[in-house]
Write a protein that binds this ligand. Structure first.
Ligand code: PGA
Ligand code: ZN
Length: 435
């Protein structure tokens, strides 16, 4: 009875949560994912959709999949949806949407596990994102301003993934992502133009060499090049042919996603897809250092596998003064692993993926930990995405100046770029843009 009275009283608050409802939708790979609708007492009604990774870290929060082989090859998310509707929704009724931390903590309590395996990080994150969006809408604020405050005005420099390999493509390239970063552009809009033009020029160069111009999961081309280094060479050529200066206008960012070519989690790496064969941690570091000396690389994510903390640390020791060494699978947006990385100098930057940890407020905690340590952070999409643009606002709100959200193709990627163009226009002269 008391609970009902409390809920009724709270419903008089403008931003009291009135209803929460989940449904199963499809992501950009055609796999099921969760969308959550939230309604507030003042009539605000919004939704948010959850992304999904392919080269996932071992310690990521658990994405709940039904495992019913009769539906979507076992990938259905009806259980996660049911957890939203039957467990999370009644518990959040009457809570203030603006109380993001309280809402997220309530869901953590309901889940009760360390990795969100009971309710599913996909269920929890969908609600967490939708609640944030509802609070912003109810206050009449754009999401980036609600999450980032009145000073939020830095548009991130995009790292555009122009060649896909590894787990995101079926080609001969081991390294998962080769990204073009418009470090020398005067604004986000101009930077986006630089790299979109480079992407189109790259397509011409690939065509001229009779290589495939079909795209991978994140929208970059996925050609069968003769080696990983041949990718670097053709990207350099594309940047120049597009009229830009490599290193000055456009730099390179890489994501090896090295865990995916160290499947048995030993320090032997298998780069046989490209013909490079087996490599040790030391070989991989030597190759990385050589590339950093030879090419204008500004950041390198997961250069070693997630279990290879020592290799990571050694790579950082050798190139960390010049390059952002970014931990993705090794830190999984989790302050527990980020804290260890900071203490051990394992890297100097962190990739932030909301669904790796599973709530908006814990993602913000991870960002805060990076800032406090003087580490940089990249806000990132997943290889399975939706048309939701939450990420674009989140990146502006987090003020870190770096974002990974795919290529100049595939609408689920472009939607985020277009949202950033809108934000830049809205900010006008107040917008900041720098690497
Ligand atoms: P994922 O890849 O979304 O497939 O995990 C992205 C990344 O590794 O950064
Ligand atoms: Zn990664």
């Amino acid at each position: 009875m008391d609970n009902i009275n409390l809920s009724l009283r709270n419903l008089q608050m403008k931003d009291a949560i009135k209803s929460v409802r989940g449904m199963e939708i499809l992501d950009s790979r055609g796999n099921p994912t969760v969308r959550v609708f939230v309604e507030l007492a003042d009539g605000t009604a919004v939704s948010a959709s959850v992304p999904s990774g392919a080269s996932t870290g071992e310690n990521e929060a658990i994405e709940l999949r039904d495992g019913d082989m009769g539906r979507y090859l076992g990938k259905g998310v009806l259980q996660a949806v049911s957890n939203v509707n039957a467990i999370i929704a009644p518990a959040l009724l009457g809570m203030a949407a603006s109380g993001q931390v309280a809402v997220d903590r309530r869901m953590l309590e309901l889940d009760g596990t360390a990795n969100k395996s009971k309710l599913g990080a996909n269920a929890i994150l969908g609600v967490s994102m939708a609640v944030a969006r509802a609070a912003a809408r109810s206050m009449g604020l754009p999401l980036y301003r609600y999450l980032g405050g009145s000073g939020a005005r830095r548009i991130p420099v995009p790292a555009m993934n122009i060649i896909n390999g590894g787990a995101h493509a079926d080609n001969s390239v081991d390294i998962q992502e080769f990204m073009a970063v418009p470090v020398g552009a005067p604004s986000f809009g101009e930077g986006l133009r630089y790299i979109a033009e480079t992407f189109h020029t790259l397509k011409k160069l690939l065509k001229a060499r009779r290589l495939a111009t079909s795209v991978g999961d994140e929208g970059g081309f996925a050609p069968n090049l003769e080696s990983n280094e041949a990718v670097m060479e053709i990207i350099m050529a594309a940047i120049e042919k597009a009229g830009y200066s490599p290193g000055k206008d456009i730099a390179i960012s890489l994501d090896s996603a090295a865990s995916s070519f160290s499947p048995d989690l030993t320090s032997t790496y298998d780069l046989s897809r490209s013909g490079a064969g087996k490599m040790s941690t030391a070989d991989l570091i030597a190759m990385g250092v050589e590339w950093v000396n030879k090419y204008p690389i500004v950041s390198w994510e997961d250069p070693l596998a997630e279990h290879d903390w020592e290799g990571f640390r050694e790579f950082t020791r050798q190139v960390g003064g010049r390059v952002d060494v970014v931990g993705d699978d090794i830190f999984v947006t989790n302050t527990r692993y980020i804290a260890r990385g900071i203490a051990e100098k394992t890297a100097n930057s962190v990739l932030i993926k909301l669904n790796q940890i599973g709530t908006v407020s814990e993602s913000i905690d991870a960002v805060r930990m990076c800032r406090d340590a003087g580490w940089r952070y990249f806000i990132s999409h997943r290889s399975g995405e939706t048309e939701d643009t939450f990420l674009a606002d989140f990146a502006v709100a987090m003020d870190g100046g770096q974002l990974k959200t795919g290529s100049a193709s595939r609408s689920e990627r472009i939607a985020k770029y277009n949202r950033l163009l809108e934000i830049e226009q809205e900010l006008g002269g107040a917008a900041l843009y720098y690497w």
